[in-house]
Ligand binder design. Structure first.
Ligand code: CTP
Length: 478
């Protein structure tokens, strides 16, 4: 079959396509739907709500005419510099652009735009699979225009640039990350010359804003097997420029016959395990960063071999600097990732020892809302290939989980509120805000977490009187 004349009307069965085509006919301009919509239709993925239209004429004029003829006459947002216009309609984001010939300035993403033909426009797109267009004009309605073999690349699961990759990537270096992101999302391979070009040009990623880079990183992390994208980021040299904390984990050192594991590849396995268990982006970030403290804390001790003392604490501090450098949110998600990194070894330590109630109570108290996430991280962290060890770790975790359930039901320490309040302490001893209140509250909390007293008012009140006496405080008569 000649793919250039393949008709895929089914893709454009939504009435909007005929409406846009009719208006384009009335204006005597060619009009196509292009890019991700066509790709996702052919991949039988769920269709995106963003639809890109390209016209060989003015995108803004076409958008305005289309809006006039739509129910409710939706607003048109125009971006004159880029010659684009957007309409929000019926849950869809319709974007109109005039076909362009573009050349980019070397040190900026801002293009110099000139009008062009459909072919010019397809030439300047990122990948063959994103450069297919379906015609909407009446006499060619549904005709697929695929000059670079996008359909055959989809079938071959191949990411390839329409032009010489050096030109495509130099036009917009973010595309290097997009190539890797699509490879990870779709489980595609990057064509060798395209991959080689990314390796050659990786330092050009430095001109791209952090915000756009993070969008791609997040998409890689949210793919089914993030290790595909993360491995490619490393192999191409991009990861070293973006997250050197991770590439520092690569490698195995051996001294006196003692080796440690390669913490980079281990990390990728942990992220993949996490991806199987949770779609929470921040849990995936926690999995990615859980061992970053291991590079700066690595030591060799003649007696015990390799150690990474305090790597969880060091790692959690590094999370803040890393998020700040990547201009990511420094709010709750970052704090959650920090906490998960800081606590990442706690359930393991418990599972290796005899599991005491007080250790479990402390874990529940310290992890609070993030307890489930932490347990998921720890299960994901089991990457040993030794089936006996694997079984033992998993069994121990089950024991810890059971114990958590039991202690939670009994002691309710998750969102711990001390059974004796600061106000009651002040009233009982007729004192104002003071250091003693803090000391008493801390002593009560410790006693409850240690299991010396139950998490109940009566017992806590009695202990408060006793501890206060030690501090020289006497209850006043009520
Ligand atoms: N495009 C490009 N270079 C970029 C970004 C986008 O050539 N750096 C082109 C591609 O043809 C792409 C289209 O613009 O298909 C739309 O881009 P966008 O909406 O960002 O991506 P999609 O391909 O739709 O995919 P996704 O929604 O998954 O990002």
């Amino acid at each position: 079959m000649n793919q250039k004349h393949l008709h895929i009307r089914e893709a454009i069965s939504h009435p909007i396509f005929k409406q846009v085509g009719d208006i384009a006919d009335a204006l005597s301009v060619e009009c196509y739907v292009v890019g991700g919509f066509v790709r996702d239709y052919l991949l039988r993925r769920s269709l995106p709500s963003d639809i890109d239209f390209v016209t060989v004429g003015s995108g803004i004029q076409l958008a305005k005419e289309v809006a006039k003829n739509l129910k409710g006459e939706p607003k048109v947002s125009t971006f004159k510099t880029y010659g684009t216009a957007m309409i929000k309609y019926d849950g869809l984001d319709l974007e109109f652009v005039g076909a362009r010939k573009e050349s980019y300035q070397r040190n900026s993403r801002n293009p110099i735009v000139e009008d062009g033909s459909l072919e010019d426009d397809q030439n300047r797109r990122d990948f063959t699979i994103n450069a297919m267009a379906i015609c909407l004009n009446k006499d060619r309605f549904g005709e697929l225009v695929d000059p670079f073999g996008g359909v055959s690349d989809l079938n071959a699961k191949c990411i390839r640039t329409p032009l010489d990759p050096d030109i495509t990537f130099s036009d917009d270096p973010l595309r290097m990350m997009r190539a890797i992101r699509f490879a990870s999302q779709l489980n595609f391979e990057i064509d060798l010359p395209t991959l080689e070009s990314i390796k050659r040009q990786c330092e050009r990623i430095d001109i791209i804003t952090k915000e756009r880079i993070v969008v791609e990183l997040n998409k890689i992390l949210l793919s089914d097997r993030p290790s595909i994208g993360l491995g490619l980021l490393k192999d191409t040299g991009l990861l070293k420029r973006l997250i050197p904390e991770l590439t520092a984990l690569e490698g195995i050192e051996e001294i006196e016959g003692k080796k440690h594991k390669d913490n980079f590849w281990h990390t990728l396995e942990v992220v993949d395990n996490m991806a199987q268990l949770s779609s929470d982006l921040w849990l995936r970030w926690a999995a990615l960063l859980h061992d970053i403290g291991k590079a700066p804390t690595k030591r060799f001790d003649k007696k015990i071999g390799w150690t990474f003392h305090g790597h969880e604490f060091v790692g959690s501090k590094m999370v803040y600097r890393l998020f700040r450098r990547l201009k990511m949110t420094l709010g709750d998600p970052m704090k959650r990732v920090q906490k998960l990194v800081l606590m990442s070894s706690r359930p393991i330590v418990i599972s290796e020892d005899y599991v005491t109630d007080s250790a479990v109570r402390r874990l529940i108290f310290d992890a609070g809302e993030d307890l489930e996430g932490l347990m998921t991280l720890c299960v994901s962290d089991i990457t040993t290939k030794n089936p006996r060890k694997q079984d033992r770790y998993k069994r121990n975790f089950e024991i810890v989980k059971e114990k958590i359930k039991e202690v939670e039901e009994r002691d309710r320490v998750r969102n711990f509120q001390p059974p004796v309040s600061g106000e009651l302490i002040m009233k009982t001893f007729d004192i104002g805000p003071s250091r003693e209140i803090g000391l008493l509250k801390e002593a009560l909390k410790e006693a409850i977490l240690e299991g010396e007293i139950p998490n109940e008012f009566e017992a806590a009140y009695k202990l408060m009187i006793k501890k206060a006496e030690e501090l020289g405080l006497k209850p006043v008569k009520q």
